[in-house]
Design a protein around this ligand. Sequence first.
Ligand code: NCD
Length: 322
Amino acid sequence: MSTVATAGGRTRRHLLSSADLDRAQVRAILDTAGEMQGIQQREVKKLPVLRGRTVVNLFFEDSTRTRSSFEIAGKWLSADVVNISGNGSSTSKGESLRDTVLTVAAMGVDALVVRHSASGAAHQVSQWVDAHVVNAGDGTHEHPTQALLDAYSMERRLGSLEGRHVVIVGDLTHSRVARSNLITLRTLGARVTLVAPPTLMPSGIATWSQVDGFELSHDLDAVLPTADAVMMLRVQRERMSGGFFPTAREYTVGFGLTRPRLQALVTANPDAVICHPGPMNRGLEIAADAADAAQSLVLDQVSAGVAVRMSVLYHLLAGEES
Ligand code: NCD
């Protein structure tokens, strides 16, 4: 986690990028998440560790699972949790992000969980406030808690990810999930191959800073048989201004996890797992058969999201003087 001096002169821990976490810190978060997951099975799902702390979820982009899992995570740790969304806030009246953030922070908030369509927004927010900031997705840049929960879910099924081959497939150009996953998976020692059509492969990807030792491919069928995990990315049409591929059908034929590809994967490695961060475009990047297969971790990922976000909030906030 990055420790940053705030405008108020205090130091605060933030989680803005997956690169903020070294291997020991990732391990600590995943191990604590394992303990937190036990709470999910209990009838009374409460720990007192963040009693008296206030967490604000500031979401300027749509979200189902990330926002609700941060909310549940905060509540199960006994924090007071407030949700603010772009639509229902004064930003729809023209207020700037800075003014909105300063207004919320002025109420005495301990942590801000921020989702915004601009890459770098969470980092900006961390410069303005005296609270801990968690990046819950900034534009096409990063989504570190998603990468943590993906690693957690894969480890539960595969064991250590050291040397395991994870294949990340799809809309790499618009995917903050791919970038954060690549960083965290490499931190954990996994082998990573990124697969996309040339039009959805970001320029300069081969020399992405902060991370090395990954492979690139345009041929899903060639890499699938060696995969221990296949992570399908949503085709992010809302971020596309033009034609990144000729037709949906062509995309599916080239890069979808279709039923024949599911069979090829399972035949080559019956223990291989399938991930998707959601929301899924069934029939486009992933066939229903693959999404619902015994190998699919999609719902495990959602459930891990709560435990991992509890762990992140705990590591940022617990034991700190406020
Ligand atoms: C992702 C996101 O919003 O970045 N979803 C999520 O957090 N579960 C991926 C996506 O929207 O495709």
